[in-house]
Each structure stands twice: as C-alpha cells, then as structure tokens.
Design a protein around this ligand. Structure first.
Ligand code: HEC
Length: 197
C-alpha cells in the first residue's frame, strides 16, 4: 500500500527527459533582448501533451512569463535586465505534471545605451517616430500583415535599415511585394527602427 503510494507519487512528478519536449524560440537569429516579449513554443511533445501549466525563470528577478492564452504550446518571456536565465517548464501530459528545463539563455540589452528607445529628447517622441512606430506595428499592408508580424524585433534591423534597403526589400522579397509606402512613410519607418540601435 505504502509502496503503491510512493510509486503513484513518482508517476506524478516524473521528470521528462529533455528529448521529450523541445523548446524553441519563435523569432529569428535567437536575438534575446530586454524589454521585448519573447515568444517560445514547445515542440515534439509526446502525443500525451495537453498544455503548459507553468513557466518560471531562474537567474534573474527582472523577468516575467506569460502562457499564451490561446495557444497551449506557446509562452512569452520578458526581461528588464540583461541576464543569463534558465526556463523551467511544467506541463500536463496524460494527467501528469511533467517538468523540463531549457537554457541557459543570454538576454542582452535592447540597445547600446540600454534605453528602450530614444525617440526625441526632452520633448518626447517626434511625430515622425510615432508615425514610423504605427506603420511598423499597426498598419496592415496588402498581404494583411504588419511589419512586426514578420519582423517582431525591430532591433534586429536597426543597424541595417535605410530607405534604400527598404526599397530593395520591397522590390525583391516576395513576402514584401505589394507593400506600398510614400517616401515620408519610409523615412518614418527608418527613423523608428534606427532608434533601437
Ligand atoms: C509577410 C512577411 C513580411 C512582411 C509583412 C514584411 N517583411 Fe520585411 N522581410 C521579410 C522577409 C522574409 C525578408 C528577408 C529575410 C530577412 O532579411 O529578414 C525581409 C526583409 C526585409 C528587409 C531587408 C533585409 C535586411 O535585414 O537587411 C527590411 C529592411 C525589411 N524587411 C523591412 C520591413 C518593413 C519596414 C516592413 C513593413 C513595412 C516589412 N519588412 C514587412 C518578410 C516580411
């Protein structure tokens, strides 16, 4: 009876082998930056996988996690301070809670200065910067997608973007064909994205 109880307990907290569940970042270049909600997904879970139940971070107290309310395999991590972190995940599989860890991951500063953005000195964001922000995150182009939908981390392109680079991308990248912007709008997007340098 007692042994049965112990065995039962063991079954409930059986640690999953890492191979059971693969965690992968859902963004390019594995650019892990501060202040950006970083999306992750668990993949390759056995057929028994039901849902993530908790994600906790060790290594920094400046990080927060959020389970995606709509997609049971997805979660987000956001950190304010650069740090080396490890993620501990609990998930439900065949009515048992299993655990797996992932990491370490290096979270780096969003920009050289460590500031979130520096859009416009003391007077606050410039009208151009705000326009660029809106065009990047909110405006849906002819393919129904925002820039951010495909380039979720503007900091990734901060060093490379220019009006020329943008024109080149619009004319040569299939996913971006059909994006129509005035010269002023292109400059605004460039100003916005470059502010993440
Ligand atoms: C449907 C997906 C999609 C949308 C929407 C999209 N892009 Fe792209 N973009 C791509 C892909 C794919 C590439 C080529 C791979 C890469 O460089 O990321 C690219 C490349 C680029 C490049 C040149 C590559 C580089 O890094 O030097 C820039 C600049 C760029 N995109 C900016 C934008 C901006 C600004 C918007 C919104 C106006 C936008 N993209 C909307 C998919 C998209």
């Amino acid at each position: 009876m007692r042994l049965g109880g112990i065995l039962l307990l063991l079954c409930f907290v059986l640690p999953a082998s890492a191979a059971d569940l693969e965690v992968r970042p859902l963004f390019k270049d594995n650019t892990l930056r501060t202040y950006i909600p970083l999306p992750f997904q668990v993949k390759g879970a056995s057929a028994d996988f039901t849902a993530l139940t908790a994600v906790t971070v060790t290594g920094s107290s400046s990080c927060r996690t959020l389970l995606d309310p709509h997609i049971p395999t997805n979660f987000f991590v956001k950190c304010k301070e650069p740090a080396e972190i490890t993620l501990s995940l609990s998930y439900l599989a065949k009515d048992q809670i299993r655990k797996v860890t992932y990491g370490p991951l290096q979270i780096t500063k969003i920009s050289e200065s460590g500031e979130v953005v520096d859009p416009g000195g003391d007077t606050g964001p410039s009208a151009e910067w705000l326009l660029g922000q809106n065009l990047y995150h909110n405006k849906k182009y002819s393919n129904g997608k925002t820039c951010a939908r495909c380039h979720d981390n503007p900091a990734e392109k901060a060093d490379r973007i220019s009006v020329n680079a943008l024109n080149g991308a619009i004319s040569s990248i299939n996913d971006m064909k059909g994006i129509s912007l005035t010269e002023a709008e292109k400059k605004a997007i460039v100003t916005y994205v470059q502010s993440f340098k």
